[in-house]
Design a protein around this ligand. Structure first.
Ligand code: 11C
Length: 340
């Protein structure tokens, strides 16, 4: 016996990955519906060896469905998630709309799986931002051992985080730079992304941080520990898929780099690739389509009493979005919505 699953936003980057991952992980699906906005009605998407036709989100009746994986923008989520939740269908939401709501758990299963049980207040569980998800997977086992005081993180985020139009902009702008007359002006991004980097993700806030940077702070505190101090600089890079992060961590207690490496090797969701030689680390193109969060370049920070540096890479459409949402559904199923 399986679950009746709805994927909302099934034609987008994340929605399609949700379908792939439900299939790859053999999630017990009894019935599945794929929903999209009216302009994508009838669009076909793949689910394993089946082809599914998108139905209208506006008129869909969520009654009798168990779990809805939402992968649509915040405004649409605000409108439709309460409709699904009220009909008794548990929403797992990938947008930022509910993340900071104290009545909605924000969950990364490797870190705070038990928080899923708080879904009952609103029938909604939030999925974190991609840059937070992979980082907390790497931070949690180290925090458990040596208590993190402060984190300084710089991100190198792929354009798929901004959606399909941004991937097209990188592709067309890159080609256009070599073909006179076919140059492509920035449109999704405020500056050229091809052969460039842009220190700006999401909107600017009053204090000079961007919202992406603020999210990393707020979400780490909610998922892991409110006492952790964190400062981030988030940068868009001309990579299609895969976010990378250079993370500097200051601990309360001393943590030797060898022990940090051993802890991370044993930690759930992590693969350590850390040979101190040419190519002995992971880059974003190598993590595409993978489930793991990769950690490389683990080393002592000699400028701190108790400091470690590391490099963390993951598929932002997977661990950063669709995979984490499916993992939440797995935990919800095994802890709260048992079938059979
Ligand atoms: C990016 N992290 O790479 C963003 C995408 O809050 O879910 C996801 C935004 C979010 O642009």
């Amino acid at each position: 016996m399986g679950y009746k699953i709805v994927v909302v936003g099934a034609t987008g980057n994340v929605g399609r990955e949700m379908l792939n991952i439900l299939d790859e992980r053999e999630f017990p699906v009894e019935e599945i519906a794929v929903l999209a906005s009216r302009r994508s009605l009838g669009t076909e998407v793949s689910f394993g060896d089946r082809t599914l036709k998108c139905q209208d989100l506006d008129t869909f009746d969520f009654t009798g469905w168990d779990i809805a994986l939402f992968a649509i923008g915040s405004d649409a989520t605000k409108k439709y998630a309460p409709v699904a939740a009220k009909a008794g269908c548990v929403v797992i939401d990938n947008s930022s709309h509910y993340r900071y709501d104290p009545d909605v758990p924000l969950v990364v299963p490797e870190v705070n799986a038990e928080a899923v049980e708080g879904y009952t207040k609103k029938n909604i569980i939030a999925n974190p931002n991609c840059s937070t998800a992979q980082m907390v997977v790497a931070l949690k086992p180290l925090h458990d051992r040596a208590r993190i005081k402060r984190v300084v993180v710089s991100t190198y985020q792929s354009v798929s985080g901004s959606g399909k139009d941004a991937m097209d902009e990188l592709w067309n702008q890159t080609k256009g730079l070599f073909v006179p007359g076919q140059e492509v002006a920035p449109s999704v991004y405020p500056k050229q992304i091809a052969f460039n980097v842009i220190p700006h993700i999401d909107v600017f806030m009053e204090d000079g941080q961007t919202k992406e940077e603020w999210k990393m702070v707020a979400e780490t505190k909610k998922i892991m520990d409110p006492s952790i101090k964190l400062t981030a600089t988030c940068v868009r890079v001309p990579v299609f898929v895969g976010h990378s992060e250079a993370i500097n961590i200051e601990f309360e207690d001393h943590l030797d780099e060898e022990e940090a490496r051993d802890i991370l090797r044993e930690a759930p969701g992590i693969l350590v690739v850390d040979k101190r030689e040419d190519g002995g680390y992971i880059t974003p193109v190598e993590c595409v389509g993978e489930f793991a969060t990769y950690v490389s370049r683990i080393r002592q920070d000699p400028t701190l009493d108790n400091g470690i540096n590391l490099w963390c890479v993951s598929d932002n459409l997977r661990k950063g979005a669709a995979l984490n949402a499916v993992q939440i559904a797995e935990v919800l199923g095994s802890r709260c919505l048992k079938k059979g």
